[in-house]
Design a protein around this ligand. Sequence first.
Ligand SMILES: CC(C)(COP(=O)(O)OP(=O)(O)OC[C@H]1O[C@@H](n2cnc3c(N)ncnc32)[C@H](O)[C@@H]1OP(=O)(O)O)[C@@H](O)C(=O)NCCC(=O)NCCS
Length: 173
Amino acid sequence: MHFESPPPDRAATVCTLAMPKDTNALGDIFGGWLMTHADVAGAILAFRVVGGRVVTVAVNEFIFLEPVFVGDVVSFYTDVARIGRTSITIDVSIHVTRMLPPGGGTRHKLGASLAVANATLTYVHVGENRRPRPIRPTPTAGHHHRPKARTAAPRRTRTPASPGRPPRKNRGA
Ligand SMILES: CC(C)(COP(=O)(O)OP(=O)(O)OC[C@H]1O[C@@H](n2cnc3c(N)ncnc32)[C@H](O)[C@@H]1OP(=O)(O)O)[C@@H](O)C(=O)NCCC(=O)NCCS
C-alpha cells in the first residue's frame, strides 16, 4: 500500500534532508538520489521482517509525482506489499516537507507535506552463500507492516460513579 499522506501511526523508515550536492544539472534533486534512499528504506523493512540478509532483485515500479528541491525534508514510509517463498515486496511512499521556497516559486505551502514519489521494490532473502532461502517472518516484525487493532485499556473517566484519581496534594516544603 502506498500512503497518500504521511501515516499518523508510524514513523518514516528513513528521513533525510535534500542537500545541494544531491542536485542534477537543472538544480533539482536528482532522481537517483531518491531511488537510493527508497532502496535503503525498503531493505530496512525487508531485513526486519525476514530477520536476515536481503538483496534487491527488482525495482518493480518507481513513479516521480513532484520535483524535490534543496531544503526539502524527505521521508520514506514503507509497507509490506507481498511475502513470497524467498522474496518480499515493499511499497515505499515518499513525502517531503518543504522548508525553503524553491527557485521559480511553488504551488505548495511551506511546511506542508507533499507526496513526491511512489516505489515498489522486491528483495530476496539470501544465506551466506548468497543463494535464496525461505522466509520465516520474525514474530516481532508484524507491527512494522500490519498495524494491529488497538486494544487500549479502558480509560478512567470522571463520572459520579467513578470519580477518577483525586487531585494530587501539594507536598511542598
Ligand atoms: C537475488 C538472486 C539471489 C535470486 O537468484 P535466482 O536464482 O534468480 O533465484 P530464484 O529464481 O529462486 O528467485 C528467488 C525469488 O526472487 C524472485 N524474483 C526473481 N527475479 C525477480 C524479478 N525480476 N522480479 C521480482 N521477483 C523476482 C522469484 O520470484 C523468487 O521469489 P519467491 O521465492 O518468493 O517465489 C540473484 O538474482 C542475485 O544474486 N541477484 C543480484 C542481487 C544484488 O546483488 N542486488 C543488488 C544490486 S547492486
